[in-house]
Design a protein around this ligand. Structure first.
Ligand code: G3H
Ligand code: 13P
Ligand code: ZN
Length: 311
C-alpha cells in the first residue's frame, strides 16, 4: 500500500458515477478518523492539506501521519495540496512527496492562470504528480483570500477546453454556486447550484474529472448540537445532500469537505464539556471528536459520495 495519485481513482469514479471524498487534514485524530472510515467502507479517499494546515501542523508531520495511516488502514491514499497559491508551495509539496497538488490561479486573469497552471503541471508531471486547476471563483474564505457572496464568478464553459489543453491539467475545479465555510446560503433562500454549467462543461471536455470545492452539507444535526451546547452557528447552511449526490453522478469526481469535519469535532468536544465539565484529559474529548468525524465520513461515503465498496 502506498501514496498514490488520483488518476485511477478518478477514472473509476467517472465511469462508476460516484465521487471521491477529499477531506482536509490538520492533525492525527482527523487523519485516523478519515482513513479508518474509508478502510471500513472499502472506499478510496483523498487527504488534502491547505496552506493553513501546513502552517499549523507542519508538512513533515502530516506526511508522516499519512504514511502511518496507510500502514494502519491497509489502503492506498492520495495526498493533495489544497488551494496552492503559487508555484513555490506546489514545488515544496511535490518535492516533499505529495502525489497531487492544486494550483489555484482562479484569482488571476485567464492568461496568467493558464501560464501559472502550466508551469506547475510541467514540474509535477515530470515527477509523477497530478495537478488540479481552477476556473471561476467561489464565495467564502480560503486561507487569506475572502470573496464576498454575490461577487463569486461562475465558471465560463467556453474557456474550459482551452484551459485544459494549454495547461495539461489533470482535473478542474469549477464554480457553480458552492462556497467555502459554514454559511453557504442565506436563511430562507432556496439553495441552488448551476447544474446547467456543469452539464455544459462536461459536454465540452468529456470524461474529464471535475472537482467541487465548498461542498460541505453543514450537517444540520451537528449545527443543532453545537448550538444546544453553547455554540453560535445559528444561520449555518450547507449544500443539500441530494445536490451533492447529483453532482457525483455527473462529471464531478472529487468533492471537497472541510467545514463538516470542523463541525463534527466541535460538536463532540462541546458535548463532552457540557455533560462532563470535570474532564481535562485531552484524550477524553479528542477521542469523542475523532469518533464524530469517523461517523460523518462514513455517512458521506455511503450516502453522498457513493464510493463504498469500490476498492
Ligand atoms: O478551502 C479551504 C479549506 O477549508 C481550508 O481551510 O485554509 O482554514 O485550512 P484553511
Ligand atoms: P467546505 O468549507 O464546504 O468544507 O469546503 C472545503 C473546501 O473546498 C476545501 O478546499
Ligand atoms: Zn476549496
Amino acid at each position: 500500500m502506498a501514496l498514490v495519485t488520483t488518476k485511477e481513482m478518478f477514472k473509476k469514479a467517472y465511469a462508476g458515477g460516484y465521487a471521491i471524498g477529499a477531506f482536509n487534514i490538520n492533525n492525527m485524530e482527523i487523519i485516523q478518523a478519515i482513513t479508518e472510515a474509508a478502510a471500513e467502507a472499502k472506499s478510496p479517499v483523498i487527504l488534502q492539506v491547505s496552506a493553513g494546515a501546513r502552517k499549523y501542523a507542519k508538512q513533515e508531520y502530516l506526511l508522516a501521519l499519512a504514511h502511518a495511516a496507510i500502514k494502519d488502514s491497509g489502503i492506498d491514499l492520495a495526498l493533495h495540496l489544497d488551494h496552492g497559491a503559487d508555484f513555490e508551495i506546489c514545488k515544496a509539496c511535490i518535492d516533499g512527496g505529495f502525489t497531487s497538488v492544486m494550483i489555484d490561479g482562479s484569482h488571476h486573469s485567464f492568461e496568467d492562470n493558464i501560464a501559472l497552471t502550466k508551469k506547475v503541471c510541467d514540474y509535477a508531471h515530470e515527477r509523477g504528480v497530478v495537478v488540479e486547476g481552477e476556473l471561476g471563483t467561489l464565495a467564502g474564505v480560503e486561507d487569506d483570500v475572502v470573496v464576498e457572496a454575490g461577487k463569486e464568478l461562475f465558471t465560463d464553459p467556453s474557456q474550459v477546453e482551452e484551459f485544459v489543453s494549454k495547461t495539461g491539467v489533470d482535473s478542474l475545479a469549477i464554480a457553480i454556486g458552492t462556497s467555502h465555510g459554514a454559511y453557504k446560503f442565506k436563511p430562507g433562500t432556496t439553495p441552488h447550484l448551476r447544474f446547467d454549467i456543469l452539464e455544459e462543461i462536461s459536454k465540452r471536455i468529456p470524461e474529464f474529472p471535475i472537482v467541487l470545492h465548498g461542498a460541505s452539507s453543514v450537517v444540520p444535526e451537528l449545527v443543532a448540537e453545537i448550538n444546544a451546547c453553547g455554540g453560535k452557528l445559528d444561520d449555518a447552511l450547507g449544500i443539500p445532500e441530494e445536490m451533492l449526490r447529483k453532482a457525483a453522478s455527473m462529471a464531478v469526481c472529487k468533492i471537497n469537505i472541510d467545514s463538516d469535519i470542523r463541525l463534527a469535532m466541535t460538536a463532540g468536544i462541546r458535548r463532552v464539556f457540557k455533560n462532563s465539565p470535570e474532564v481535562f484529559d485531552p484524550r477524553g474529548y479528542l477521542s469523542v471528536a475523532r469518533d464524530e468525524v469517523r461517523k460523518m465520513v462514513t455517512h458521506k461515503i455511503n450516502n453522498v459520495l457513493g464510493s463504498a465498496n469500490t476498492l
